[in-house]
Design a protein around this ligand. Sequence first.
Ligand code: 0O2
Ligand code: 0O2
Length: 233
Amino acid sequence: MGQWERFLEPYKQAVDELKIKLKGMRNQFAREIEHSPIEFVTGRVKPIPSIYDKSLEKGIPFEPSEALAKELPDIAGLRIMCQFVDDIGTVVENIRLRNDMRVVEERDYISKNKPSGYRSYHMIIEYPVQTIHGEIGILAEIQIRTLAMNFWASIEHSLNYKYKGVFPKEIKARLQRAAEAAFSLDEEMSKIRDEIQEAQRYFSEYRGEPRDDMRKTEEGGGGDEIFNPVERG
Ligand code: 0O2
Ligand code: 0O2
């Protein structure tokens, strides 16, 4: 096994375990309070070329080391997407209360967005990974954002890659305006939150129940089972 592979192995384990735990949080919320503050969860181990770029940017030698692990707290990265801005606070509070991870830093880029327009709530946690050689404390970054913030960030991230961080003036200004538009969208959606949630409850009940036209198909011998779409997640 290569040096990097060995170094990154506990990060992969941390991402896999944290994804399961955060998805578990989503499912518990959905069961108990109907509306889950978590829409979906993704996770990744930072690719080696990105580790290289970041180590260069931060002036840290590009080699598996404790210094690199400390200076790059997002080698293990989790992302939690929420429907509403208020859901972010619920998720943050829940993570703070957990005793299987320890929050070491929080960065609120929602109350105060980055100059690019970027909005998201970041938590750096320390997570204990159990290995055959004992326990290792792994730093992981959890980014919590709305779907609109995520849409903006993924578009900006691709453009950033294309322009290598140096945006033409006009694109930069448009992206800043788009970030504000995404935030207005979040604000508007928050204002009709109750209405949206009622519709979503109705929609998920309706999807789970066999409809009259499906019953007819079954009675007519059209199939062995009533079509009952399984809910995602
Ligand atoms: P589900 O049904 O969400 O539980 P995995 O290893 O399968 O957990 P993977 O393949 O490593 O996940 O991918 P990643 O990028 O970590 O997670 C992607 C998960 O987010 C996938 O769900 C996607 O379907 C889900 N996802 C991505 N974009 C959206 C979106 O816009 N809306 C919703 N609702 N979900 C999205 P899972 O984990 O495969 O399954
Ligand atoms: P990738 O490809 O997502 O892994 P610092 O140097 O300490 O001030 P640092 O270490 O960059 O700042 O941490 P920060 O800014 O709190 O969070 C870094 C991560 O947040 C980035 O990781 C991005 O994922 C995301 N992010 C921060 N600012 C922006 C932005 O303006 N646009 C987008 N799209 N994402 C942003 P990486 O390693 O830069 O990138």
